[in-house]
Design a protein around this ligand. Structure first.
Ligand SMILES: C=C1C[C@]23C[C@@]1(O)CC[C@H]2[C@@]12CC[C@H](O)[C@@](C)(C(=O)O1)[C@H]2[C@@H]3C(=O)O
Ligand SMILES: O=C(O)CCC(=O)C(=O)O
Ligand SMILES: [Fe+2]
Length: 323
């Protein structure tokens, strides 16, 4: 009898090998303890849509503890990880990203952040209590950091109230996500491999932290790719599509990707701060000059997400909403 089985994920055709891009020394560094950081922060959002924050106040122990829990999880036998449930919505995923055929040299845990206890049932097990508390502490700290950065953005743009952006991610109904990514070394390959294909993040803001392994790349305004020097003590902030809309294109949603490599494991932890589902996304009137037209037709976050789910990573999702 012939038994047909699905090909093991390891047999899925590998993503295209890539050449790493040159390191870019111009990533803006915003020291949150320095007065006047709001103007630098606005410039960074306009020019790159990406910057690094230092003196962020999040204790290293809290970060290290989640990284350790994540590594413990990713070191589990494959069958145990898969028991968490597929990440078609939220859960564990390996090699496939989203549901439209994207493949990367990555495994991950995708978790919805709600005001209720953890969305993934396995985290409610007694054996997962240290993972659960590391996650909860980390999420509150990065949400607070996202809020502080969004308030500095409002200050820098000279708009009031200063919580005009931050209230969206602080709302009880905010639709935010935490993603833990593990890019294992790619056996038998000593160049680099697509870990996470190029894309922009759909939400308002992403707060990203990785271990000291390189791999993250962003595009500059001219479309060229540059590598970001890793810095495990700092956080990187991405402007997401929704913030590009709220600022009528003044802030740039940054296109980025990750390359995995032949010898080292890279781990990243990304908080995606999104608005409540029913939130209408449109440029803030306060930011529009006289006679300025909105670049986008109005839509809700729920509508945007629904469309985003049908796209592939590299697609220009906002294009469908441009006027
Ligand atoms: C291919 C996809 C994966 C993604 C949903 C999408 O259809 C298009 C956007 C992707 C992205 C990128 C940023 C985040 O990692 C993510 C969780 C998100 O909100 O949008 C992923 C989605 C995913 O992995 O499901
Ligand atoms: O791993 C990283 O550094 C970035 C991952 C990423 O872009 C994402 O999860 O959306
Ligand atoms: Fe991303």
């Amino acid at each position: 009898m012939v038994v047909l089985t699905k090909p093991a994920l390891g047999q899925v055709s590998l993503p295209r090998p890539q050449k790493p891009s040159p390191y870019f020394s111009g990533i803006p560094v915003i020291d949150l303890s320095e007065p006047g950081s709001e103007a630098l922060l606005v410039r960074a959002c306009e020019e790159l849509g990406f910057f690094k924050v230092t003196n962020h106040g999040i204790p290293v122990e809290l970060i290290a503890s989640l990284e350790e829990e994540a590594m413990k999880f990713f070191a589990l036998p494959q069958a145990e990880k898969e028991r968490v449930g597929p990440a078609t919505l939220f859960g564990y995923g390996s090699r496939t990203i989203g549901s439209n055929g994207d493949i990367g040299w990555v495994e991950y845990l995708l978790m919805q952040i709600t005001s209720k206890p953890m969305s993934l049932p396995f985290l409610m097990d007694a054996s997962a209590s240290s993972f659960r508390s590391a996650l909860n502490e980390y999420i509150s700290a990065v949400r607070k950091l996202a809020c502080e950065v969004l308030e500095l953005m409002a200050d820098g743009l000279k708009i009031e109230p200063r919580n005009v952006f931050s209230k969206l991610v602080m709302d009880e109904e905010s639709d935010s996500v935490l993603r833990l990514n593990h890019y294992p070394p790619c056996p038998g390959f000593n160049g680099t491999m697509t870990g996470f294909g190029e894309h922009t993040d759909p939400q308002i803001i992403s707060v990203l932290r990785s271990n000291n392994i390189a791999g993250l790349e962003i595009t500059l305004r001219d479309g060229s790719w540059v590598s970001v020097l890793p810095d495990q003590a700092s956080f990187f902030i991405n402007v997401g599509d929704s913030l590009q809309v709220l600022t009528n294109g003044r802030f740039r949603s940054v296109r980025h990707r990750v390359l995995a490599n032949g010898s080292k494991s890279r781990v990243s932890m990304v908080y995606f701060g999104g608005p409540p589902s029913g939130e209408r996304l449109a440029p803030l009137p306060l930011l529009m000059a006289e006679g300025e037209q909105s670049l986008y037709r109005e839509f809700t976050w729920c509508e945007y997400k629904r469309c985003a789910c049908r796209t592939m990573l590299a697609d220009n999702r906002l294009g469908q909403f441009e006027k």
